[in-house]
Structures are given as C-alpha cells and as structure tokens.
Write a new protein. Structure first.
Length: 154
C-alpha cells in the first residue's frame, strides 16, 4: 500500500510532467529541501525550476534569481543572471522578487547603480515599507524561510 507521501509525489510528478507549472515548482522545492520523501538533489531542483521559469512561473523565476545571487543549488554566483530572473519574476508579480529588486536598486547591488526612484517603486509594488523591512530583519524571517514553509508538505 502506498504511503501518503508516495501518493502526493506521484500526483505532483504526473502533474509536472503534464506541464503544470505549480507542480514543477513544487517538485523543485521538494528536491531542494528533501521533502515528499525525496532526497536533496540540486540538479533536479534546477531542472524543475528552469522548466517552470521558462514558461513564466514567477516563483520559479524568483528561486533561480536567489540561486544565482547566492551561488547555491550548485550554480556559480552570477549577478547578471540573478538580476534577469528577479526582473522576470518581479514583472510577473512575485513580491519576493520585487523586494529583492527594490533592495538591489536601493543598495546598488547585483551590478546596479543606486536608483532610489526604482527602489521605491519596486518596494512599494512588493507592499514593503521601511518599518516592515526593519521588522523582518529583526525577527530573522527571510523570504526563503517563508517560502520553504509554503512549499514544504512534510
């Protein structure tokens, strides 16, 4: 008899193979965190994130941006690629990408010149205020933790 995790994994796999972008992204996170009974496998995580991102899935685009910014999931740090994925995701409405892009413009990171007008626009688009940002940093809740909780089932 199949366990609940085996059934869930099978459903996600079938959906992802059928082109469901949310399922592809979910499998990407499952491989990052070793959830759904899978072993951590960054190559597979990248495969699923890239597949969904290429079709416009903004959460997958954001996660690729994080990977290229931080040099994780086995990719080499590449700010140009990070910026490209953050912009794609931000335009697609991903508030974490909008926040990262706003901070990059504010702080002059990811190869960008400081642009307070662009920073303000993206941070407002993400629904951030300086108070929200300071509170988030004080509490230690980064977007990866919140995202992990969202996508992790087990």
């Amino acid at each position: 008899m199949a366990t609940d995790l085996e059934v869930a994994l099978s459903c996600y796999q079938d959906s992802a193979d059928g082109g469901d972008l949310d399922a592809q992204c979910r499998l990407g996170f499952a491989y990052v965190y070793g959830s759904l009974g899978l072993k951590i496998d960054f190559d597979m995580a990248l495969r699923w994130f890239k597949k969904a991102a290429a079709c416009g899935h903004s959460t997958s685009q954001w996660r690729l941006g994080v990977a290229y910014e931080d040099g994780d999931l086995g990719v080499v740090t590449n700010f140009k690629m990070a910026l490209m994925w953050f912009k794609e995701a931000a335009v697609g409405g991903d508030d974490d990408a909008q926040r990262r892009l706003g901070r990059a413009y504010r702080d002059g990171t990811l190869g960008l010149e400081t642009d307070l007008e662009a920073a303000t626009m993206w941070l407002q688009e993400a629904g951030d205020s300086e108070d929200d940002e300071e509170e988030e940093e004080e509490e230690g809740h980064g977007e990866e933790e919140a995202d992990r909780e969202l996508w992790e089932l087990d």
